[in-house]
Design a protein around this ligand. Structure first.
Ligand SMILES: *Cc1c(COP(=O)(O)O)cnc(C)c1O
Length: 413
């Protein structure tokens, strides 16, 4: 049975399967008593969770509204049309496909729409923050396409746009991908467009991370520049786990056919309904204020970490995302992540442009949804440093984190 009341497990689940209900409550407790600093995470609203746990989960709906391979789609067609219309309006895109099951499937569909196996693709190298779908040998992308990687400047941490141009001229890629899992600065989409045009390449923007900031007007939009924009709906955008694609009318049919039937079967209508809810929320002034606060918080947190001695990549951030090297505090990234996690501060490790050792990657999307502001960011930076320097016992830090989180409940009541 679907969970109908979010976020607490429905009474029916508690009665029928207390074992599983306890697991959900345990995770709710974990999320409510620790700090979610993973840059890709957020707290969806109860309305989004309600759509996810609805009877739309029962419906098979292969195809697109008005052209399904199953009967009984007249209601879910309305839901998908609504999601598409809201996405188009939110991002000013001629076409939106909201069916991709994840960010990775959206990227797969973008490649399927524009490329043939064996084509050359220029993307940010994985050691510099490229995603697995940007040419990892462990991923379909690395096996089916010939990826060439550009990098970031070792000193500044900024994308080396001169290198992008040089590599584009020498390799003549069929597509150029811009977008990253760990780049804290705005991307110069106009410049990427210029290079793509110069060498006759498609431009694919994988905006999985910043798309929520774009929705709230807190980051530049790739939509006017990229042939296809791929994105997730669950990061700063604060919707359900899933992906989407935006493009101009001329590529609409190719993109739709690349998603279904080329890479996916039935659409997940409960997720698509939840995406519609999230797009509706993201179109409000409250969400714009949220997106700007996410960035303001990240700037304060980055400055706080730098003041405590961590080396913040690029010297700061334009977005929700920060990467930093804790080495000056005497710990490597992995050790740091372990200590912070024991204290209830949950975040990731990542590659660093200037060092072989791993660094830390964190973001402010989730803590900002909880209502935390600049003051709390300074507090978190101080807690970080205390924990990394070993100035405070792990249990004491854990108590302080619990106290802070307790004041900003993601799901009050
Ligand atoms: C998160 C992310 C993805 C993948 O999203 P999933 O939903 O985890 O598949 C792809 N590309 C980039 C740049 C990302 O940040």
């Amino acid at each position: 049975m679907p969970v109908t009341h979010a976020p607490a497990p429905a009474d029916v689940l508690r009665r029928q399967d207390p074992e599983l209900a306890d697991i959900l409550l345990g995770e709710l407790d974990r999320q409510s008593t620790t700090l979610q600093l993973i840059a890709a995470e957020n707290f969806t609203s109860p309305a989004v969770l309600a759509a996810l746990g609805s009877v739309l989960a029962n419906k098979y709906a292969e195809g697109y509204p008005g052209a399904r391979h199953h009967g009984g789609c007249e209601i879910v067609d309305v839901a998908e049309r609504l999601a598409v219309e809201r996405a188009r309006a939110l991002f000013g895109a001629e076409h939106a496909n909201v069916q991709s099951h994840s960010g990775s499937s959206a990227v797969l569909a973008a490649y399927a729409a524009l490329l043939r196996p064996g084509d050359t693709v220029l993307a940010l190298g994985l050691p510099y923050g490229g995603h697995l779908t940007h040419g990892s040998p462990a991923n379909f992308s690395g096996r089916w396409f010939d990826f060439v990687g550009y990098g970031v400047d070792a000193e500044t941490g900024l994308i080396d746009y001169d290198q992008v141009r040089t590599l584009a001229r020498s390799h003549r890629p069929k597509a150029i991908v811009c977008g990253s899992i760990a780049y804290p600065r705005h991307i110069d989409y106009a410049l990427f467009r210029e290079v793509a045009d110069e060498v006759g390449a498609y431009l694919i923007a994988d905006a999985a991370h910043p798309i929520g900031l774009v929705a709230g007007g807190a980051a530049p939009s790739p939509v006017p520049y990229a042939d296809i924009v791929c994105a997730t709906t669950h990061k700063v955008l604060r919707g359900p786990r899933g992906g989407m694609l935006l493009c101009g009318s001329e590529l609409a049919e190719r993109v739709d056919r690349a998603v279904f039937p080329f890479t996916q079967g039935g659409a997940q209508m409960h997720t698509i309904a939840a995406k519609a809810v999230a797009f509706g929320e993201a179109a409000t002034p409250a969400f714009a204020a949220y997106a700007h606060q996410v960035v303001a918080n990240a700037k304060v947190l980055a400055a706080g970490l730098a003041a405590e001695g961590l080396v913040v990549t690029t010297g700061g951030t334009d977005t929700h995302l920060i990467t930093a090297d804790p080495a000056p505090l005497g710990v490597d990234g992995r050790t740091a992540r372990g200590r912070l996690s024991a204290a209830g501060m949950v975040l990731d490790c990542c590659a660093l442009p200037h060092a072989d050792a791993r660094g830390l990657r964190l973001g402010t999307a989730a803590v900002t949804t909880q209502g935390m502001g600049e003051k709390e960011m300074s507090h978190i930076a101080a807690l970080f440093a205390h924990v990394l320097r070993g100035e405070v016992e792990s249990q004491k830090a854990r108590d302080q984190v619990r106290e802070l989180a307790g004041r900003f409940q993601p799901y009050p009541g």
